[in-house]
Design a protein around this ligand. Sequence first.
Ligand SMILES: *[C@@H]1O[C@H](CO)[C@@H](O)[C@H](O)[C@H]1NC(C)=O
Ligand SMILES: *[C@@H]1O[C@H](CO)[C@@H](O)[C@H](O)[C@H]1NC(C)=O
Ligand SMILES: *[C@@H]1O[C@H](CO)[C@@H](O)[C@H](O)[C@H]1NC(C)=O
Ligand SMILES: [Zn+2]
Length: 303
Amino acid sequence: MKMSSLGLLASMCMVLMLVAGVHCWSKEGHIMTCQIAQSLLKPEVDEVVRHLLPPYAKGDLSSLCVWPDQIRHWHKYQWTSPLHFIDTPDDACSFDYARDCHDPHGKEDMCVAGAVTNFTSQLLHYKEGTADRRYNMTEALLFLSHFMGDLHQPMHIGFTSDRGGNSIELRWFRHKSNLHHVWDREIILTAEKDYYEKDMTLLLQDIEANYTDGAWSDDTSSWTHCDDLDSCPSKYAAESIAIACKYGYKGVEPGVTLADDYFDSRMPIVMKRVAQGGVRLAMFLNRALGDDDGQEEGVASPT
Ligand SMILES: *[C@@H]1O[C@H](CO)[C@@H](O)[C@H](O)[C@H]1NC(C)=O
Ligand SMILES: *[C@@H]1O[C@H](CO)[C@@H](O)[C@H](O)[C@H]1NC(C)=O
Ligand SMILES: *[C@@H]1O[C@H](CO)[C@@H](O)[C@H](O)[C@H]1NC(C)=O
Ligand SMILES: [Zn+2]
């Protein structure tokens, strides 16, 4: 991990929070997803990724995976704001691209599933040398990497009226929080504190052990099975809203206190989604930026 660039991001984040009331969601989740992904890139793809990153990232994709959250309220990037989530009809517990993937004004494709497809196709054109010169490939890489993470956070695909749990205020153990934030960050922070001496790299090692030869190692080929990069994001969105209904919203009323029971039962789900997001991001990047035509499964062995 490159502390200098992360430190810079963290302080930018603080300034934004003070100045604009912007929240910096799910820093840890995005960083872990991107670290997992980068460790699974084919060598030639890792090279392209490093080439696209600005020099101050020092080749570390994860150091900039939170960037899209930091700029979403800047005037220049306001168009990206609806790309972090999907509002689905209350209690429908399903995702339908044509019904749900639009911004609040009804503009089609402006949701996190549409964004993943959009930036994947920009990177594919880049590799093929047919990139639209208007598009910035560094930004395409960072947006794809961030939005693949958001797509896997179950509460980013939530109900419309409570804004994905953001307006469900509650207590997380002893402090105030909301349901969206519990899934974005609280569960990960509590896990780090209780089990990993607040050291994210120890947590990440456990997650990696689980998908390389532990509890999830038999599942990873199904995670990366994808016949068509254009439509797989919809599948991931459907998984997220199903989890949001079954485990996120389940038994949660405004004003409740969530503690050990909720934490113990939901933590494994959050960790698995972080891993799935990372493994799938690697698959997308390997297929979009790799040397062959990208038909094979595309997850190299971990390095
Ligand atoms: C795709 O990206 C371009 C800029 O790179 C942007 O103008 C467009 O709105 C994006 N669409 C979606 C669905 O993300
Ligand atoms: C692409 O975007 C990055 C991040 O916003 C920026 O630093 C860089 O200057 C842009 N590159 C071009 C060629 O516009
Ligand atoms: C790894 O898998 C085990 C067994 O399913 C589970 O108990 C543990 O919580 C997992 N660890 C992480 C960090 O996901
Ligand atoms: Zn986001």
